[in-house]
Design a protein around this ligand. Structure first.
Ligand code: ADP
Ligand code: MG
Length: 334
């Protein structure tokens, strides 16, 4: 069966005006011509260091922000060409889980009210009894109980609150859930439980996840496909295990080497420092200053994503040098 994309992102660019007291006005390009496809029923992991544009991508996919240019085609419709009414109808199909399990739930509301809240966007809202039943079933499917609906957020641990946030995201039976650093604030053992829950929900409900994190080990543990971002661009994509075992972009190599826990999920990850922002020149590869294999061409020509091996894309002019020799012949055939 041919895989069907639920999300098709084309040439997405988002510029912010970079005005501050301490610098000249400049354009801060948070997303730079980013293209990616997410197949239905998969977990697509996005990795990249702090500041590379992951949350900007999440906000645009959720239609909480607009791109400067480019398209987001969700389930066949370009989101930013829909009118308000059409977009409102579409919102039931994509929901989000945020990083902060403490800040994202209103402390004054009961869990029942919080989980039911997205149902308000539905055209035919369920009645009280049906809503109560839906909330109870949803709480049970994330490992909580119907009785928890009466309680308030402060009565729960961080991991339980993230389960509540997941229940809220799933109540409208969305096709896509965007999780932005959804487990990053949790203890490691709790992270593992929440990741298991997400994998179970994918299997039982067929939900597609766009799973965003700075932590490679987390993506390695749950994602089918991974996209590696660097300074607003997608620099490598492919099956998660293959990308980390055999990076085809020098930046992915740097990330994988800097991550001691990639071998085994559960060891603490190193803290990645954000890279200093540089003005966007539009010329050449933005990784070339840090790249061990950069050549003259890399300074003048921006590398585009290209298929190097079956199912493996890289935006590196020199990626052939990273291939294990057995695969070089295979690459030449593509
Ligand atoms: N609302 C905003 N206004 C101005 N600049 C922003 C805004 N949101 C994000 N940025 C900038 O865009 C870049 C990417 O940010 P972000 O998407 O939050 O990265 P990440 O989630 O990968 O850490 C950063 O340089 C950030 O400063
Ligand atoms: Mg972020």
């Amino acid at each position: 069966m041919k895989k069907r994309p639920v999300l098709d992102i084309r040439c997405l660019t988002r510029d912010y005006a970079g005005n501050s007291l301490f610098s000249k006005p400049h354009v801060n390009r948070a997303l730079d011509d980013l293209t990616m496809t997410v197949d239905a029923g998969t977990i697509y992991g996005i990795v990249g260091e702090s500041g590379c544009g992951k949350s900007t991508l999440a906000r645009i996919v959720m239609a909480l922000d607009r791109p400067t240019s480019g398209e987001v085609i969700f389930d066949g419709d370009e989101l930013f060409r829909l009118n308000d009414k059409e977009l409102k109808r579409k919102r039931r199909d994509f929901q989000m889980v945020f990083q902060d399990p403490f800040g994202s739930l209103n402390p004054r509301h009961t869990i029942g009210r919080i989980v039911a809240e997205p149902l308000h966007v539905l055209e035919s809202r369920p009645g009280r009894a049906e809503t109560r039943d839906k909330v109870a079933a949803m709480l049970e499917s994330v490992g909580l109980t119907a009785a928890h609906a009466e309680r308030h957020p402060h009565e729960f641990s961080g991991g339980q609150r993230q389960r509540i946030a997941i229940a809220r995201a799933l109540i409208t039976e969305p096709k896509l859930v965007v999780a932005d650093e959804a487990v990053s604030a949790l203890d490691l053992s709790v992270q593992a439980q929440v990741l298991n829950l997400l994998m179970e929900l994918r299997a039982t409900r067929g939900v597609t996840f766009l799973f965003i994190t700075h932590n490679l080990a987390v993506v390695d543990a749950i994602a089918d496909t991974v996209g590696v971002m660097y300074r607003g661009r997608m620099v490598e994509t492919g099956a998660a295990q293959e990308v980390f075992a055999n990076p085809l972009h020098p930046y992915t190599q740097v990330l994988a080497e800097a991550e001691p826990s990639i071998e085994k999920f559960g060891r603490p990850a190193t803290q990645q420092k954000p890279m200093p922002a540089i003005a966007h020149s539009g010329m050449g590869c933005s990784f070339r200053g840090r790249c061990p294999i950069a050549a003259a061409r890399c300074a003048v020509e921006q590398p585009q994503l290209r298929t190097l091996l079956l199912g493996r894309q890289t935006a590196c002019h020199r990626a052939e040098y990273l291939l294990p020799s057995a695969q070089s012949a295979e690459a030449l055939r593509i």
